[in-house]
Design a binder for this molecule. Structure first.
Ligand SMILES: O=C(O)CCC(=O)C(=O)O
Ligand SMILES: [Fe+2]
Length: 289
């Protein structure tokens, strides 16, 4: 393990604390009542819907267990991820993704950018299932870091997605900014659980009922960490705006419509980073009250 490149050393105010809070953490929701093999009662179902709704309101994050996703599928993608990161850089740079070519509102050109996608096993290529969606899966690898108190694996950010589903391994490091007090709280690794978080698109669709919450990833001095987020994204031509059925005279729309493709293309260059692109967030589309 070598020295940390100074480019990764954060300003003191953004450095993580090495001791982390694991107290009142993100809610853990048991989905077994809605597994197809179980007969769920209306009361149980409503209870579950309420738990999910409350978690989206109070935390913007929750974990699910007994979700019905076979463990072998998870193991297969974990294995693919490890094999992927063991490849050379050249092999990793394959398979383009389509996104708008520029940030200009009237430019309809699209462009390809190099996605880094494992060539194998072929059964793991999900792209064809989501016609016109810009959803994708990312394989994250966080090598051990000699100075985890100076750098983050992923800096604070919000996901632009409708929602994100993350499989993390047992190392831990994902931290969520708790809404009640602004503390960074670690999402406790839970065997075979998936972490689900509300993204910006959902926050706008729900007209702020559910919130897309800041999160970040701390690195570990001893162990490498792997995580696999799936970002559920709409087609690039979708105009994102509060859902009609949620707005009326008493609850007017809180956002102006914006084009998803333009938003995500801009976001790729900003999202709390110090690049020479304006830091685009959904509040830029907020209608003043
Ligand atoms: O590695 C993780 O647990 C989450 C990473 C993340 O927030 C992201 O890729 O957007
Ligand atoms: Fe994220």
């Amino acid at each position: 393990m070598g020295e940390v490149d100074p480019a990764f050393i954060l300003e003191p105010e953004h450095r993580p604390r090495i001791s982390y809070i694991e107290g009142k953490g993100v809610p853990l929701i048991d989905l077994s009542p809605i597994l197809s093999s179980n007969n769920v009662s209306a009361i149980e179902f409503e209870g579950l819907v309420k738990d999910v709704g409350d978690a989206c309101k109070e935390w913007g994050f929750f974990q699910v267990i007994n979700h019905g996703v076979p463990l072998e599928k998870r193991e297969k993608i974990d294995d693919a991820s490890r094999k992927f990161f063991a490849q050379s850089l050249e092999e990793k740079r394959k398979e383009p993704t389509i996104l708008p070519a520029s940030l200009e509102p009237d430019d309809n050109e699209v462009t390809e950018f190099n996605n880094q996608c494992p060539e194998y096993p072929p059964g793991l290529r999900f792209y064809g299932f989501f016609k016109d969606q810009t959803s994708f899966i990312r394989l994250n690898h966080y090598p051990p870091c000699p100075t985890p108190e100076l750098a983050l694996g992923v800096g604070r950010h919000k996901d632009g997605a409708v929602l994100t589903i993350v499989a993390q391994d047992d190392v831990g490091g994902l931290e969520v900014k708790r809404k009640t007090d602004g503390e960074w709280v670690r999402v406790k690794p839970t065997p075979d659980a998936y972490i689900i978080n509300v993204g910006d698109t959902m926050q706008v669709w729900s007209n702020d009922r559910y919130e897309s919450v800041e999160h970040r990833v701390m690195v570990n001095s001893e162990r490498e960490r792997f995580s696999v987020p799936f970002f559920l994204h709409t087609a690039h031509y979708t105009m994102v705006k509060p859902l009609e059925e949620l707005i009326n005279n008493q609850n007017p729309a809180k956002y102006r419509p914006f084009n998803w493709g333009k938003f995500i293309a801009n976001r790729k260059c900003s999202n709390f980073q110090k690049l020479n692109v304006e830091n685009l967030q959904i509040y830029h589309f907020k209608i003043s009250e």
